[in-house]
Design a protein around this ligand. Structure first.
Ligand SMILES: [Mn+2]
Length: 426
């Protein structure tokens, strides 16, 4: 199924009368303050967030999984779902594949399909957190950290295969997230596990093409509950530095202990030029993988504020590879992603509205109250008319979620794919 501009234009006509006065009111107000509206709209149009192939089916928990009807059963279906989201939002122009869940059969056909929908292949993700059929050794006690060199070798070879698949598709980066860790005190020799992991990552790094980046993701706990080998940003940064210039830390918003100051981690890594990848989601307690912005929108704004500051001031840091890493288990996955994309854009635009000069001056004057006011003024601005305008100018939907529902796109997917499909890997 494919959406064309004609269908979207027809839908947009329903909303244009409400949109226009709202947009002009906000644009006038901001322009009077010296905000360059055109530049902000261009930035919104440029922002592209990769959709991971595992977020297109309903996610599960360790207690069970409830399938969602019309789920994508193949890689082609997954790409076509991202195509729908991209057509509605003009913000999801990339897909991030999980190997071995999404090994492409016909590479040429897959590339053509993606190109026809304006979709690029972002970072490829390796999987050494579960055993695959007919494996000679098991990842039960870890992969890159394992005390058994044969298991480490297996995990390294898997990563090299993932790089090979990515090369064929046009990906330029590899994301490594390890489940490696221990469940009980005494299970691991911490130093040996870390050393093995560093040696393994260096091997993978040296095998990457010269124009590729390696993203090292961290997580404090789960699936192991006593220790994780790459538990925090400091460990990830240390490993990235041990690998080389093209190895970076990847922040996943859900991979922190409660109340961690994530915006400060963003600032620290960007100052060092080492923030390479970014996974969006939201959480209340742990790695909950909830819809972006659904629980802590002010935190998301403060994080974006540091991301914007870093993008403007740290030319040594590449523009991070953006991805949504959430997959909810009871919502329509596509509706969930539309909500997440909107939340990302809202926080981004609010951060762009922060009066940076005023804030620097207030900080120099040690005016704590004014500094807070400047941030909160941006956060309390309803920026949705600017985002709608950006979508309108990109021939996308003024109201992606309402349009998705009005066109009964889920109903059409169910008709096409049936009620009982299950996405690969889930
Ligand atoms: Mn992640």
């Amino acid at each position: 199924m494919k959406l064309n501009a004609e269908i979207l234009n027809e839908q947009n006509r329903r909303f244009i009368k409400t949109h226009e006065p709202e947009y002009h009111f906000l644009a006038d107000k901001l322009e009077k303050r010296g905000v360059d509206i055109k530049q902000i709209i261009e930035k919104v149009q440029e922002l592209q967030v990769a959709i991971p192939s595992w977020a297109l089916g309903a996610g599960g928990t360790r207690f069970g999984r409830f399938s969602y009807q019309g789920e994508p059963a193949s890689l082609e279906d997954k790409i076509s779902d991202v195509g729908l989201i991209h057509a509605l939002t003009n913000t999801a122009g990339a897909i991030s594949l999980h190997i071995p869940w999404d090994v492409p059969g016909d590479v040429k056909a897959i590339k053509e399909l993606a190109a026809s929908l304006g979709i690029e292949f972002d970072a490829v993700n390796s999987n050494t957190f579960q055993d695959q059929p007919n494996m000679k050794k098991s990842y039960r006690f870890g992969s890159l950290c394992n005390t058994d060199s044969a298991v480490r070798e297996l995990a390294i070879q898997h990563n090299l295969e993932v790089i090979d698949i990515g090369k064929k598709l046009g990906s330029k980066s590899l994301t490594v997230w390890l489940a490696d860790g221990s469940n009980f005190p005494g299970q691991h020799n911490f130093q040996e596990a870390l050393q093995n992991t560093q040696d393994s990552l260096q091997h993978i790094y040296k095998s990457m093409p010269d124009d590729w980046k390696l993203f090292v993701e961290y997580k404090p706990y789960e699936p192991n509950f006593y220790s994780t080998v790459i538990q925090d940003w400091g460990t990830s940064l240390m490993l990235a530095e041990a690998c080389g210039d093209r190895a970076y830390t990847l922040i996943d918003l859900g991979h922190h202990l409660p109340n961690t100051n994530i915006e400060q981690i963003v600032a620290t890594l960007m100052m060092k030029g080492k923030l390479g990848g970014f996974h969006f989601n939201d959480s209340k307690y742990g790695d909950d993988d909830l819809t972006v912005g659904s629980v802590k929108p002010y935190s998301l704004f403060l994080i974006w504020n540091e991301l914007v500051y870093g993008m403007e001031n740290n030319s040594n840091n590449p523009i991070p590879a953006w991805m949504i890493d959430a997959s909810h288990n009871i919502k329509d996955p596509l509706e969930d992603l539309l909500q997440s994309l909107e939340a990302i854009q809202i926080a981004y635009v609010q951060a762009l509205l922060v009066d940076q000069n005023g804030l620097r001056e207030a900080q120099r004057q040690q005016d704590v109250t004014l500094s807070q006011e400047i941030l909160q003024d941006a956060f309390r601005t309803d920026v949705r008319p600017l985002i709608r305008e950006a979508r309108l100018l990109s021939n996308a939907a003024l109201e992606p979620l309402l349009t998705y529902r009005a066109l009964n796109l889920r109903g059409q997917l169910i008709k096409e794919r049936g009620s009982y499909t299950v996405a690969s890997g889930l």
